[in-house]
Write a protein that binds this ligand. Structure first.
Ligand SMILES: C[S@@+](CC[C@H](N)C(=O)[O-])C[C@H]1O[C@@H](n2cnc3c(N)ncnc32)[C@H](O)[C@@H]1O
Length: 267
């Protein structure tokens, strides 16, 4: 599955605003007083998590950014703060997760990844992080909640179909989709981590027209792909929704969850 740089750029300010501050504070507290930190950012895209965390982490930081999309990876160092040590590593995380966690790492981060992965991969992440006693910050996992205002009679069917699409294989086996964040928290607790979690919902106001249109089109495409709603209904729903956006009458909330999982001794 591929993600365009334009889409990641469009969503980044909304992601930044949505990141849960209690979860972020728990992460920062774990590194309080440290002079340096080495971070492994999984599925970095263009480096959104680096840009969100770097201003708040200890002064000396080294980041290794992992992704399998070379074009996204190439953009990450260009938009990183100049005083950081940033290395990009092309890798298929489904195949080589363990290699990404090896080496000098103090903290594992990721954002908008876990809803793409399978139960088996999540288990691997928790076990491999636990073996290395690595704290893990995972932000912005979609949790299946969508509220659109004003409501449309077809919203329920569209959201159900979209959530079914979320569970299809995105390159890691059958995806957990909306169930991923809860499953991840359970996995980390089971291997002895303490977890701070909180919601990080996107909230799009009527003026956020561009991202609303993008997201509605993306949902319609996913529903079309999964094929459970007649195409004519999908098109009519999208037309009604886009008309509301154009009229400045549409608001959308999309549920996400952030968590910080720390092995007992690091907190
Ligand atoms: C929704 S984007 C999130 C990107 C970034 N973390 C952010 O928050 O902007 C998901 C990312 O996962 C990466 N990805 C998907 N499958 C992957 C795989 N098998 N190995 C490595 N990266 C992968 C994509 O290339 C993309 O950059």
């Amino acid at each position: 599955m591929s993600f365009s740089a334009a889409w990641l750029t469009l969503r980044e300010p909304y992601d930044l605003r949505a990141r849960n501050s209690d979860v972020m504070d728990a992460l920062l507290a774990a590194f309080d007083g440290r002079s340096s930190v080495a971070v492994a950012d999984l599925a970095c895209g263009t480096g959104s998590t680096l840009r969100a965390l770097a201003p708040r982490l200890p002064a000396r930081q080294s980041w290794r950014l992992f992704d399998n999309d070379l074009s996204l990876l190439a953009r990450a160092p260009q938009s990183s703060p100049p005083d950081l040590n940033v290395t990009t590593v092309p890798v298929d995380l489904n195949r080589d997760l363990e290699a990404a966690l090896d080496g000098p790492v103090d903290l594992v981060t990721t954002s908008a990844l876990l809803d793409l992965v399978s139960e088996a991969w999540l288990e691997r992440l928790a076990v491999e992080a636990a073996v290395r006693r690595l704290p893990v910050y995972a932000a912005l996992s979609y949790d299946g909640r969508i509220e659109m205002t004003p409501a449309d009679a077809a919203d329920g069917a569209m959201v159900a179909a979209m959530n079914a699409h979320q569970r299809t294989d995105k390159g890691f086996g059958r995806a957990l989709g909306p169930a991923a964040a809860k499953a991840a928290v359970e996995r980390f607790e089971r291997v002895g981590y303490s977890v701070v979690q909180g919601s990080s919902d996107w909230t799009f106001a009527p003026d956020d027209r561009e991202i609303q249109n993008e997201i509605l089109s993306g949902w319609a495409a996913a529903v079309r792909e999964i094929g459970t709603v007649p195409l004519a209904d999908v098109i009519e729903w999208l037309t009604r929704r886009r008309d509301l956006v154009a009229a400045g009458r549409s608001s959308i909330r999309v549920g996400h969850i952030d968590f910080f999982a720390a092995p007992a001794a690091t907190r």
